[in-house]
Design a protein around this ligand. Sequence first.
Ligand code: BGC
Length: 708
Amino acid sequence: MHPYQNPDCPVEERVSDLLSRMTTAEKVAQTLQFTIGKDTTPNNIGADHPFDPRVGSILSFYGGVTERNAYQKLAIEGTRLGIPIIWGADVIHGWQTIFPAAIAQASSFDPELTRQISRISAAEAWYGGVDWTFSPMVEVCHDPRWERVVEGYGEDPAVAGKFAAAAVQGYQQPTPEHPETIAACLKHYVGYSASEAGHDYAYTDISQRALHEWYLPPFEAGVRAGAQTVMSSFNDLNGTPAVVHHGMMTGILRNSWNFRGFVVSDWESVKQLEAQGFSSNPEHQAVSSITAGNDMDMVDGIYRHLEAAVESGRLEMRYLNLAVERILRVKFELGLFEHPYTPERDPAAVWLRREYLDFARRSAADTMVLLKNEDDLLPLLPERYRRIALIGPAADNSDALLGSWLALAAAGRKPVRTETYRDVIADYFPEAEIRCAPGCAYRSSPGDEATIAEAAALAARSDVVILAVGEPGDLTGENKSRADLRLPGAQEQLVAAVAASGRPVVMLTGSGRPIIYSGTAERVQSILHVWQGGIMAARAAFDLLTGAATPSARLPMTFPRAVGQVPIYYNRHRRARPESGQYSDLAETPYYEFGHGLSYTTFTYSELRLERRDGRIIIEFTLANTGKRSGSEVVIWFLSDPEAALTQPAKRLISFQKISLAPGTSQTVRLALKPEQDLSYTDETGQRVFEPGSFIISTGNRSIEFQA
Ligand code: BGC
């Protein structure tokens, strides 16, 4: 047995032993990622491209475990060194049990929820033959036109960092109930979300300051949590495309953060260096990318040119060695050499288990944000409503609930049928007469006058209207940017017509991004923003509507009044004339601000106190549930630093907690700060700077704002 084959040898020894036995061709093969029989990319294994069992990785393979294991066997038994293939897939918010999308998860302000979602996703995906997920996406997003905001954790770097760490730990750290783990991948590194004008794949111009203040911290948090891989991004960052950005991939990621895993490029991004105006020479593209620190090449096959580059001396072998070492290290750490095959299990035993579905339902309810609730229309007490109208394009359509990133759907295999609102409503209102009408399609505009009129007439004959609207899944997710952020198609027209009936209207909005509610929200009494809540979203929404669950989610991203306000985010920097500089034709405040979200109960904040103890500043207050129901309050702590050598945003989040309280009970909530660390800021070189002086710490909810 060679040392690399011995599980008792330390990983580093196994890596260097194996590397020392590899030919240049075998090393290059490890840096290549392939698809199988699915598309037209150069690295697609199909009729014109035979399978090379020495390949490093295969992605997006949905052919089943038996076939996966057969390919793996060729790698293990049919090659000289028997190196296992690592199988990657986009397990973004679930594998079979589809959970709420990431932007929804962030709305829970409960990273534990994401840890558990990721844990279950890892367990399900592992039994589907997946070793590695391309998740979490941890980019801070300031522009809701950019369609991929649905995949991220919103606009705040500290929130995104907490969720990034939770997701990484969920995927990678086994628990007794779920010993199966898969490697996480932090993406897209870095700055992709700043794509100009909200386009996809566009140029990004980001100052060093903004990189360190906003875009890098969530990645750092994910690396510190142990992420095994990172995906470099598509964007050209200040003139240096991310996939050849030495400063980011080597300087910061490896040298500053000590990242030990590997970096994979995004889909064909090495080849796209030509379109970006960097180089049309494939060998130059490959050499520039690997020397910058990008180790694996996703599907475009450009890294095949590395072999000739090494032979001609245009690429030093040490760069290829480094990349291969990093890839092998992850394979050893994942245990792939010892367990290369996926056990074939009865799907019913490992997928869509009852407890997974129950958790999907509870977690969806924790992510839906109650934006408006005039006259306490909600919760709807079933005995009060005899005739209920369920109207809207989402009423009997699950597209808006499931979202855009469904690994199995990408392979043409939808998860089990997802219940719609129409499927479940009768369970909640067993005595009521329920009538349903779509009113309009998601996208067609103008709407059909007759169907809209029919929906309005139905509303007029009802005691209450539940209006299910939103963006369909195919208007969100990669390459689906929007310039208009209002409800698509004729839906605003439908809202107006239904509201004109004079009946109370509860709107359920599904979306993958902040929606512009101006002109719409005013017409209805209540709005529950359900995002893309996953496979159990319909029941979760009705649990909230009827009070079986109490809303507790908050917005992790600002909802603008108009697209003209974009980019808009709460932690903006101050301007020279605070009282001036507004738009002449629009308020500058958002429609719904970061952190907004209502409950069915009330919380009060009182007895604020501050003391210094053991070099720390301790701030405490009493949080009481003064309402009639149990509920959870998201306590957000903001910091203001009014004078600094490098000016600071008017406020920025430094901590958050989610606290559950029974009615009539209270709890002391505490924030303990280490001044040098927690009151410092990051400068444009990434250094923490602490300037003694005055600081303002604030917390509170919509009725109270405390300052210390
Ligand atoms: C996306 C990535 C994804 C990859 C693999 C790319 O187009 O940008 O987020 O992980 O494809 O499917």
